[in-house]
Design a protein around this ligand. Structure first.
Ligand code: NAD
Length: 449
């Protein structure tokens, strides 16, 4: 293998860890800088501290090339490319909180020798204009650091695959050595046909925000169609199938459900909306996208009330808590809003998730956690499938019916087969689909509709 450039990655989270492990697999020595001692200790002990399919196995393979550090001062002078993958959560104003990004930038300014060839490579999602601001800061402080925007598009739950086969690599640069060096680092992927978008810094920053805002718009659009389907008797699955075959529309992101979640869509859509309004433009469409999503999460409560009446004293089971399958990430998860509303209405809420329960416990201490899905269903008046984990989609619904006191199954992701549910003696209700009543009474318990 030809000698590969050594790099630094700041932040050992979902993006930073995958980036570090991915580039180590491609042959780089990687200096991974993480401020949280517990994460460093886990990694030093050989354990990946997040759940991401395939990541632990790949880490086991490349561990010898990953060096854990706690600050920029420990970086060898020879490291030229410093990837920044720290969090940019929403500030109370809705703008992106860039304090962690600036902490890294300042750390690098302080600990990069004058005249050294070194660049900040921004993987964190930042508002358009951030790169310009950082370059201004370098100039004010007399720093020779260069800057490249290299936004990340990986999807949690599929992140390792996405690292090696992304839809595109975007490099936003000012035309100096650093852009070329980042392109070289990605060369093995580009040689396999991954498209490269080489552009200016502001456009690269905007590509990331616009892509996420468009995907969120697609989801809110199909959710609104689903709500109209409910009122008219159409089935949104059929509608989406027919729409998606039009190549101008495409099938991706046309799945109606209980709303998008996760750390990225929620914060990036609101960051773009605020970025626009700070620049004097009212981005009306995004206001609607956000509102539709918030209402969608709450519609499940209305469905439950329609069947059960007041929820006070009822027992509701939530299956799946993570914001999507194959991750333990609870940030922005629909389950958080839904559980909060159910507890607020006086319901008892039991819950099960294959990997996210440890994180969920910190956010949702009022839930009763069960170690398998059937236990979560014991005595439940209704169940809501919140996250479409394969093991939950494949549940034995006859066994589930025996556990439940009531009959109602709300399929928050439209992934269950209504006929199977009905044949198990349960009532099916999806999102934007005709409800299907049970074929046989389950006997005990509260009345479904
Ligand atoms: P994360 O919270 O999982 O990880 C961030 C890590 O950075 C944490 O481990 C934190 O301790 C560490 N950190 C904070 N300050 C630090 C510092 N000064 N030095 C070193 N480490 C520091 O976040 P994430 O989900 O990996 O997201 C990182 C960025 O990537 C965000 O801007 C996000 O919007 C963007 N992004 C995320 C995804 C995703 O699916 N998670 C996808 C694309 C882009």
């Amino acid at each position: 293998m030809a000698e590969r450039e050594s790099i630094a990655v700041f932040g050992a989270g979902y993006v930073g860890l995958v980036t570090a492990v991915g580039f180590a697999e491609l042959g780089s020595e990687v200096f991974l800088v993480e401020i949280e001692p517990r994460k460093r200790e886990a990694l030093e002990g050989g354990r990946v501290p997040i759940y991401e399919p395939g990541l632990q196995e790949l880490y086991d393979e490349v561990r010898g090339r990953i060096h854990l550090l706690s600050a920029a001062s420990q970086l060898p002078d020879s490291v030229r490319l410093a990837f920044v993958a720290v969090g940019t959560p929403p500030a109370p104003s809705g703008d992106a909180d860039l304090s962690a990004v600036y902490a890294v930038v300042d750390d690098l300014v302080t600990h990069t020798p004058r005249g050294a060839e070194r660049a900040v490579v921004m993987k964190s999602t930042v508002p358009c204009g951030t790169g310009k601001g950082i370059l201004r800061r370098f100039a004010e402080l007399g720093s020779d650091l260069a800057y490249v925007s290299c936004p990340e598009f990986l999807r949690e739950g599929n992140a390792v695959e996405d690292f090696f086969a992304p839809d595109r690599v975007v490099v936003g640069e000012v035309g100096d050595w650093a852009g070329e060096a980042v392109v070289d680092l990605y060369r093995p992927l580009l040689e396999q046909g991954v498209p490269l978008v080489r552009t200016d810094v502001a456009s690269a920053e905007m590509i990331k925000l616009a892509a996420n805002a468009f995907l969120a718009t697609k989801i809110s659009f199909i959710n609104e169609i689903a709500n109209v389907c409910e009122a008219t008797g159409a089935d949104v699955l059929e509608v989406a199938r027919g729409m998606g075959l039009d190549h101008r529309i495409g099938t991706a992101f046309l799945r109606a459900g209980i709303g998008y979640g996760g750390s990225c869509f929620t914060k990036d859509v609101s960051a773009l909306k605020l970025l626009a309004s700070n620049s004097g433009y009212h981005f009306q469409l995004l206001t609607a996208v956000i509102e539709v999503n918030e209402l969608q999460k709450r519609r499940v409560v209305q469905k439950l009330e329609r069947h059960l009446g007041s929820l006070a004293g009822t027992r509701i089971a939530l299956l799946g808590l993570a914001f999507k399958p194959h991750t333990d990430d609870m940030r922005g998860a629909a389950s958080v809003v839904l559980a909060g509303r159910l507890l607020g209405e006086g319901a008892e809420v039991t819950a099960y998730d294959p990997v996210a329960m440890e994180r969920a416990r910190q956010l949702l201490p009022g839930l009763e956690y069960r170690s398998d899905p059937y236990q979560a269903l014991a005595g439940a008046d209704a169940v809501v499938l919140v996250t479409e984990w394969p093991e939950l989609v494949a549940l034995d619904w006859r066994a589930a019916a025996h556990q439940m006191a009531g009959r109602l199954v709300i399929d928050g992701r439209n992934v269950l087969d209504p006929k199977t549910i009905a044949e198990a003696g349960l009532d099916y209700e999806g999102i934007g689909r005709p409800a299907v009543a049970s074929r046989q009474p389950s006997g005990a318990g509260k009345e479904g509709s």
